[in-house]
Design a protein around this ligand. Structure first.
Ligand SMILES: Cc1cc2nc3c(=O)[nH]c(=O)nc-3n(C[C@H](O)[C@H](O)[C@H](O)COP(=O)(O)O)c2cc1C
Length: 184
């Protein structure tokens, strides 16, 4: 396991980048939304890209999926990931934005693989009742690009052999991601 200076948040963002490039654990994140009855909803999503400069996480989805309408009504969300190999938990408090046009959207769309294109063009919307007669693709692409702007990042590094674990909070609402050490 690597030695990390946990006061330096850029290192954490670099680890995320590595996990995306290598398809590792932290790429599979749990992302929340709030539904119309104010109940929390969670699902696994694949982290596609990160931007340390703007503190954004990027995901792909089907524009017809229920989370999209939920984020359009209420942007607040949390994103959670745990890496058993790094013994590292990351939790992001954030706001979700859904994009179906623009430069970043077009660039993501042009990189979609054939199976992704097929998935995002299913005739029936995700979550609708399965009908074997209607399982084919339409010619409408329902791809959406989700930008999650992080307001706060919290990390928990488990150190089973040390006297205590390490927990840090980075508040990006303040300038320069001010690091604060917390009791684990
Ligand atoms: C390993 C894994 C990766 C997934 N990646 C994505 C993803 O990148 N985007 C996505 O919309 N759904 C992804 N899903 C499916 C979601 O977890 C979820 O079932 C689906 O998006 C419907 O969610 P919703 O009804 O809350 O909108 C993934 C599921 C698993 C198990």
């Amino acid at each position: 396991m690597r030695e990390i200076n946990f006061e330096d948040d850029q290192i954490i963002w670099n680890i995320l980048k590595e996990h995306i490039e290598e398809g590792q654990e932290l790429q599979r994140m749990v992302v929340s939304s709030v539904d119309e009855n104010l109940r929390p909803q969670v699902r696994t999503m694949i982290l596609r890209a990160v931007d340390f400069k703007t503190k954004c996480l990027y995901f792909y989805t089907d524009a017809r999926s229920s989370k999209i309408g939920q984020w359009q009504k209420n942007q607040f969300c949390q994103v959670l990931a745990y890496s058993p190999s790094e013994l590292l938990q990351l939790r992001f408090t954030a706001k979700a934005e859904v994009w179906q046009s623009g430069e970043l959207y077009e660039s993501a769309k042009s990189g979609l693989k054939e199976h992704q294109w097929r998935d995002y063009s299913s005739l029936l919307a995700p979550g609708s009742a399965y009908d074997p007669a209607l399982k084919f693709s339409s010619n409408k692409l329902n791809f959406a690009f989700v930008k999650i702007k992080v307001e706060q990042m919290e990390i928990l590094k488990l150190l089973p052999k040390a006297p205590e674990h390490l927990r840090y909070s980075f508040n990006y609402e303040k300038k320069n991601g001010l690091a604060k050490r917390l009791v684990p």
